[in-house]
Design a protein around this ligand. Structure first.
Ligand code: PLP
Ligand code: COI
Length: 363
């Protein structure tokens, strides 16, 4: 046994062979190929955080009465480790994920995992699984830290015991297919988040509630669902698993403001910074679905894109809803979308300098 920060490493006794791993990494897709190990850490009211370990990835034994199964106290994160040009691996803004997990925990009445323990857990797992990072321009090791209420208790109150874990998945592009841009479905029937709700937290329940709307999107031939605000059903908020940006013909870039109903995306924040660095006019303002349609039709809106850890920067080519649809620009990545995407990806992959200190080399 050795120690990686606070995490004791017990290597798997039956890891996937190098040959088999090579085959699995050829075309990993997204979220299907899992690595050999996982990080785990427990919390109890009496003991605090304890038992930090990297072990073989295996099923977790739990009680049928574990409160997460009944009241859904569960939160998660998503971040990527990238292979470095000279070897080794680096994480992108991991401290921001640690802080967002803490803010999700506060909203869900869960204990806050100290930042350093979060960082130790992801660093230790990446060091253990560095051979699982796929090659290729979209290849990365997607890390999924998550935490749930493990106490066996059926009263409705915050649990006194939690399990925190990190698993890793070798990934390629999130959207499969060769289309140059994705198509979105604007749902009129469902909302993702209301003021005072959990929209700004990365909790599993938000995604459970989005699935029926995402299924509606797929039925209508679209890739992702767009949610409007819960009160007026008018303002564009975000997609099921991504934030959204609009680019206008005068070079202005707009994204909906954070205000409790939208996930504060780390990719969103990075792109806002990169756009400001380039002297672009950037606004965080509400944008209505009717204005979106009018601007797309008049040509005032030249580009739109989705962004997130999984999606990176994905151009939006068309939008559909129950009242009809419209297309955006040339239905492919526009020049500003491409410029911002390249700037972000080059920093993430170590192909450009990192002026904001976003990169943490871990091995
Ligand atoms: N919005 C939602 C609902 C998401 O699930 C995600 C993905 O994590 C994002 C936005 C983008 O966040 P980030 O850029 O931190 O990955
Ligand atoms: C991420 O981008 O990390 C997410 O959690 C979004 C999901 C669509 C995979």
């Amino acid at each position: 046994m050795n120690f990686a920060g606070s995490f004791a490493v017990e290597p798997s006794s039956s890891p996937v062979s190098a040959e088999e791993r090579g085959r699995m990494l050829e075309d990993p897709g997204f979220g299907r190929v899992f690595t050999d190990h996982m990080a785990t850490l427990r919390y109890s009211e009496g003991q605090g955080w304890h038992g930090a370990a990297i072990t073989a990835r295996r099923p977790i034994a739990m009680q049928t009465t574990s409160s997460v199964l009944h009241y859904a106290q569960e939160i998660f994160e998503g971040l990527k480790a990238y292979r470095r040009p000279g070897g080794g691996a680096a994480l992108f803004r991991p401290r921001d994920n640690a802080r967002r997990l803490q803010s999700s925990a506060r909203r869900m009445a869960m204990p806050e995992l100290p930042e350093e323990l979060f960082l130790d857990s992801v660093r230790a797992l990446v060091r253990t699984e560095r051979d699982w990072i796929p090659d290729g321009p979209e290849g990365a090791l997607y890390l999924r830290p998550f935490m749930f209420a493990s106490e066996s208790f059926l009263g409705v109150r915050p649990a006194g015991e939690y399990l925190y874990a990190v698993v890793a998945s070798a990934v390629g592009a999130y959207f499969k297919g060769d289309a140059p841009a994705v198509t979105l479905w604007v749902t009129r029937d469902y909302v993702r988040a209301a003021p005072g709700g959990t929209g700004a937290a990365k909790c599993g329940g938000n995604y459970a509630a989005s699935l029926v709307a995402q299924a509606e999107a797929i039925r209508n031939g679209c890739d992702q669902v767009v949610f409007l605000d819960a009160i007026e059903r008018r303002w564009v908020e975000e997609l099921g698993g991504m934030n959204i940006f609009f680019v206008f013909d005068d070079g202005t870039i707009l994204t909906p403001p954070l205000g409790g109903t939208i996930l504060p995306g780390i990719t969103r924040d990075s792109l806002l910074q990169l756009a400001r660095d380039r002297g672009l006019n950037v606004v965080e303002e509400p944008y209505s679905i009717d204005q979106w349609r009018a601007d797309a039709q008049s040509g005032r809106l030249s580009e739109a894109f989705a962004c997130g850890t999984a999606a990176v920067v994905t151009p939006i080519g068309a939008v559909k809803s129950a009242d009809g649809g419209f297309t955006i620009g040339g239905q492919a990545a526009g020049p500003l979308t491409s410029r911002l995407r390249t700037a972000l990806v080059e920093i993430q992959r170590g192909d450009a300098p990192d002026p904001h200190g976003w990169i943490e080399q871990v091995c």
